[in-house]
Design a protein around this ligand. Structure first.
Ligand code: RRO
Length: 308
């Protein structure tokens, strides 16, 4: 089965990769991804300075998903800028996830990371877990201003990691902004922000930061992820490639994302829970699904969702 895909002219040996944040902070984790079956190495979202992140416990997995409030633990952009050329030896695309506190940070980081020549730059507009910092992607004016500045300093294909939207008006507005700015791909969606999971035995929250509120991931967010992939795929008429993220725990889940319009998929919760073996498992499961349905490649079913 052919799992190759292409995003913004970059060829990926497999359509499966890690989601930014999942086991991709340290050099060791990034090299482990390099040696794995994953079709790319996606870095943790980086900030100006190294960060320890929020106090633990800050990640909790439960039956239908996960909740996290990691708080951007990362090595700082200088370390990733130095690592990216070294990660080239694994012969697969490198996706650098850029974050920051305020517009200036994004511009500084994007400039330096662009110079280290990753294959794609994913601008994270949707971290839900910094106390007092709203998600940029929920503020149209801030998003447009920030992206216009970042766009000027980035020559690498650039995309955005969007939060989930729950109203078509918000998706329309964001699509118009992204059209004006000019982005080469979309990563859809980040975790569903500020959920709350309760341990009924302990009568307690399950993570420490922000009184227990955190970003939800895993199977429970799949319908929201599929809806956003589909909505943006339609809004851009399939012309802007989409990386689908959210609830991919089986080959069938990946197939659903492809049908909705994703050209590749990122795996977060399932990768954190299973480690790199998840990429082989998902590929073999997707091969069975595609084979049964008569598709000879993953790319053949992209956007083919039927409507009634
Ligand atoms: O580090 C985090 O807490 C985090 C980030 Br930056 C993000 O974009 N999404 C998420 O669920 N957690």
């Amino acid at each position: 089965m052919d799992f190759t895909t292409s995003i913004a002219g970059v060829r990926f040996p497999s359509c499966f990769m890690n989601a930014a944040g999942a086991r991709c902070v340290t050099r060791e984790e990034l090299e482990t991804l390099g040696r794995s079956q994953a079709g790319a190495i996606v870095t943790k979202s980086m900030t100006l300075e190294p960060r320890q992140g929020n106090p633990e416990p800050r990640y909790y997995a439960f039956t239908n998903g996960s909740i996290n409030s990691m708080g951007l633990p990362n090595l700082g952009y200088r370390a990733y800028a130095a690592l990216i050329p070294e990660l080239r030896r694994f012969g697969k695309p490198i996706v650098a996830s850029v974050a920051g506190f305020g517009e200036e940070d994004f511009v500084t980081i994007a400039t330096a990371i662009n110079a280290s020549k990753p294959d794609l730059i994913e601008v994270n507009l949707s971290c839900p877990n910094i106390p007092g910092e709203p998600q940029i992607g929920y503020d149209a004016d801030v998003t447009e201003r920030l992206l216009k500045r970042v766009r000027k300093v980035v020559t690498t294909p650039m995309g955005v990691k969007l939060p989930p939207y729950f109203d078509p008006a918000h998706q329309d507005k964001m699509a118009q902004i992204l059209d004006r700015v000019g982005v080469e791909f979309l990563s859809v969606i980040n975790s569903v922000g500020n959920g709350l999971v309760v341990d009924l035995e302990k009568e307690s929250v399950v993570i420490k930061p922000k009184g227990g509120f955190g970003g939800l991931g895993g199977p429970l967010i799949k319908p929201m992820a599929l809806a956003n992939v589909r909505a943006f795929w339609k809004l851009f008429g399939g012309r802007v490639p989409i990386i689908g993220t959210g609830g991919i725990a089986s080959g069938g889940d990946a197939f659903e994302h492809l049908l909705c319009g994703a050209s590749a998929v990122q795996v977060g919760t399932a990768f954190v829970e299973e480690g790199t073996g998840v990429f082989e498992r998902l590929e073999s499961e997707l091969a069975v699904v595609l084979g049964k349905k008569g598709y000879d490649s993953a790319s053949a079913c992209v956007g083919k969702l039927k409507e009634l």
